[in-house]
Design a protein around this ligand. Sequence first.
Ligand code: DGL
Length: 286
Amino acid sequence: MTDQPIGVFDSGIGGMTVVKELFDTVPGESIVYFGDTARLPYGTKSVETVRRYAREDTELLLAHDVKMIVVACNTVSATALDEVERMARGIPVVGMIGPCAAEAVKTTKNGKIGIIGTEATIASGAYEAAIREESERAAKPCTTWSAACPLFVPLAEEGWTDHLATELIAEEYLKGLREKGIDTLILGCTHYPVLSEVIQRTMGTRVTLVNSGAAAAKLVAEILEREHEGEEGASPAPLPQEGRVQHKVLVSDVPRKFQTIGERFLGRKLPDAKHVVWKEAWTVER
Ligand code: DGL
């Protein structure tokens, strides 16, 4: 596994919430990040379109010789993880849904879990299915309620973390879930942790927010640990060497804005975001 970078992608700034977790859990690893800002949002698009974007995003990361792909987008994780895995040809792929569902089942005390995400993620039912599986495995009965919160994505992209408009929209989206008496709320879109203060205030302090990126970053650390230890009998894979950490940020549009909001969110400098362009050929559907 060595010095090769970990590839991470999302439609935009959301995946930075996962990168923030990766900086904590695997600080010695280089990251190549792709934010598909030209085609954002993904969550309002059809499954076919998201699956095509997922293939193209994966191709870009594979061209950067990544050793693992983190799908830092719940929408892609819910609708196209199999496409990414197929293209990755054996390199590990970490999605958001499984680790986050497991964390939510572990966290809840009253078995009442809320899920918020994009329209595509909520429509897919992927979280409900993963929670059902986890709660059966853990013999811990759980009930779920969900709500799509599409406007949270542009608010996060705008950096409106503490704005009256965000408060009002959060109240409108979340009051139904609050009334159900949930004690755990899955932030099932990687953009949402950018707004976690407003979401927490709206839900109240008795509700625990579960961040999909944090749960996935733990899994990344476990996979790397396993790889470093090596297969039984094989010699362990070398650890990345200190001082060799080099991150890259790629975006498909307006790199400057991405940089400003990304750095504000991470609270640290990012390497200059590079503009990449997908050269596609249009075909007319018959
Ligand atoms: N951050 C992504 C997610 O986790 C996508 C948001 C969007 O582009 O709609 O679903």
